[in-house]
Design a protein around this ligand. Structure first.
Ligand SMILES: [Fe+2]
Length: 98
């Protein structure tokens, strides 16, 4: 059983929403190249986030004897699932292209 370390609390995934309606196409001010570079990263990130969920799901049976670690793994999986959903560029969301 792992020790309780309050510096690293169990993650509680939250469904967050952002209003992208007023987001300009180049949402990094005066940096169109940086904006599109980060936009491309946001297109790639969901695959990694989903991969985290896939891999950690396979570890759950291995940590059933440690309730706190099990909760931490599940919390991390939830967080990454939310990230996978949210990791789409603000400009694409603002333009209704998601
Ligand atoms: Fe993430």
């Amino acid at each position: 059983m792992s020790e309780i370390d309050e510096r690293h609390p169990v993650i509680t995934p939250r469904r967050v929403r952002f209003d992208w309606a007023g987001t300009p196409l180049h949402w990094i001010p005066d940096e169109p190249v940086a904006t599109h570079f980060v936009n491309v990263l946001h297109l790639l990130l969901p695959a990694g986030e989903r991969w985290f969920v896939h891999v950690y799901k396979q570890t759950l049976p291995l940590v059933e004897d440690d309730e706190r670690l099990h909760r931490k793994v599940r919390g991390f999986m939830g967080q990454e699932a939310v990230h996978a959903y949210l990791a789409v560029s603000p400009a694409a969301r603002a333009a209704g292209r998601t």
